[in-house]
Design a protein around this ligand. Structure first.
Ligand code: ASP
Length: 341
C-alpha cells in the first residue's frame, strides 16, 4: 500500500484542524456531535496500511470504535510487522504474548494482556468490553474466554520471528532498541534497513463523522521480555485513553516508563487544560524525562494524540517516532518532533 502513494514527511510536526464545527447535540452516556470530518491517526509508518482499514469504516460514516478495531487488525494479521500480533517477536522463552486495549467515546473500555495463540487480541479486548462485567482479562483466562467465544487458536510464531529469537538466544541480552530512524515499512523493505526493531505498538485514534472518538492499541510488547511481562498497551490510561470531552491519546515505547506516569491519561488531561495535541504530548515527554533523566537518554517513548476537534500531533523522547494520518484530505506519514534532536 505504501508504495502506491506518495507520502510526504514533514520535518517539524504541526497539528492542524480538520474540522471547524463542534456542535454538541445533547449529553448522555454517549455524547453526540454532528458534522465533523472523520480522521484516523496511528503510530509508526505501518499505520499507513492500518489506517486504510479504519477508513473503510470512517469513510462510510461508520463508528470510530469499529474503525479502530478494523484498522489495527491489519497490523495484527501482518507477519511482516514483528512488533504486533501474528509474527510478533516472542518473549525470552519463545512465546508470543500479546497485549491490547480498546476504548470508546463513552468511557467503555476493554483490554487483554499476555494473551497467546490468538491472532486478533483487539477483538478479544472489545468482546471483554462489550460482553463481560470486567475491563481486563489476562493470560490463560483471557485465552479460555477467547476460545469460548469462537476465536481460533493458532501458532503466532512465524519462521522469521523464530529465527530472530534463536539468534537472540546466542547472547540472551535483553535490550529494548530505540527505533531505527528513517526505516520505511513496506514489503520491499523487508528486512528493514538497519536491522529489525525489537519493540513498537500500533496505537490508533479516530474521530468519526458524529464527532465521537475511539482508540485501540495492540502489541507483542518488548521482544525477549520475561514470560508474563505486561506493558503499557493494555493498561487503560497508560497505553491508551479516550475522553470525548477532551481528546484521545496512545503511546509506544518502553511501557514500564509509560505505566509509571499513566502517560496517555496525562496527555488527555493536558489537552483538557487547553494544550494542542502535539504540545500535550511534549509536556508528557518532558515530565517523563524529568522523572528519570538518565534512563530517558537511552530509551524511546512516543505519544500520539487527537483532540475532540480533529487536531492531531505527537512527540517523543528520541527522534524517529512517526505517525500516519488519514482523512478526506490527508494521507501521510509525519515525523514527530522529539526531546532529543
Ligand atoms: N509499549 C510497548 C510495550 O512496552 C512496546 C512499544 O510500543 O515499543 O509493551
Amino acid at each position: 500500500m505504501a508504495s502506491r502513494r506518495k507520502f510526504i514527511r514533514s520535518a517539524a510536526l504541526t497539528s492542524f484542524s480538520l474540522s471547524s464545527v463542534d456542535l454538541l447535540a445533547g449529553r448522555n452516556s454517549s455524547p453526540q456531535k454532528i458534522k465533523n470530518n472523520p480522521v484516523v491517526v496511528s503510530t509508526w509508518d505501518y499505520g499507513i496500511k492500518a489506517n486504510v482499514g479504519a477508513w473503510d469504516i470512517l469513510g462510510k460514516n461508520g463508528r470510530a470504535l469499529d474503525a479502530v478495531e478494523n484498522g489495527v487488525k491489519i497490523a495484527e494479521a501482518d507477519p511482516l510487522c514483528q512488533t504486533v500480533g501474528y509474527g510478533g517477536l516472542p518473549d525470552r522463552d519463545g512465546f508470543v504474548t500479546l497485549d491490547a486495549s480498546i476504548m470508546d467515546e463513552a468511557y467503555n473500555c476493554g483490554s487483554v494482556s499476555c494473551l497467546q495463540y490468538i491472532k486478533h487480541p483487539i477483538s478479544v479486548a472489545r468482546l471483554i468490553m462489550e460482553k463481560t462485567p470486567h475491563i481486563m482479562l489476562a493470560g490463560e483466562g483471557a485465552l479460555q474466554f477467547a476460545l469460548a467465544n469462537g476465536f481460533e487458536k493458532m501458532d503466532l510464531l512465524t519462521p522469521k520471528s523464530r529465527k530472530d529469537w534463536m539468534e537472540w538466544l546466542k547472547s540472551s541480552k535483553y535490550s529494548p532498541e530505540i527505533n531505527i530512524e528513517n526505516r520505511k515499512y513496506s514489503k520491499e523493505n523487508d528486512p528493514m534497513p538497519g536491522g529489525p526493531e525489537n519493540h513498537d505498538t500500533i496505537g490508533m485514534l479516530a474521530m468519526d463523522a458524529s464527532g465521537n472518538l475511539s482508540g485501540a492499541c495492540t502489541t507483542s510488547g518488548l521482544a525477549y521480555k520475561m514470560h508474563g511481562r505486561v506493558g503499557d498497551s493494555p493498561v487503560i490510561g497508560a497505553g491508551l485513553y479516550v475522553d470525548n470531552e477532551a481528546g484521545a491519546a496512545t503511546s509506544s515505547g518502553v511501557g514500564e516508563e509509560v505505566i509509571r506516569m499513566v502517560g496517555s491519561h496525562l496527555v488527555v488531561e493536558y489537552m483538557r487544560s487547553g494544550s494542542a495535541p502535539a504540545a500535550a504530548c511534549k509536556k508528557a515527554v518532558e515530565r517523563l524525562v524529568k522523572m528519570n533523566p538518565v534512563k530517558c537518554k537511552s530509551i524511546q517513548v512516543g505519544f500520539l494524540a487527537l483532540d475532540n476537534q480533529g487536531n492531531y500531533g505527537g512527540y517523543s523522547i528520541q527522534p524517529g517516532f512517526t505517525y500516519a494520518v488519514k482523512s478526506q484530505t490527508v494521507e501521510q506519514v509525519f515525523k514527530a518532533d522529539s526531546f532529543y534532536k
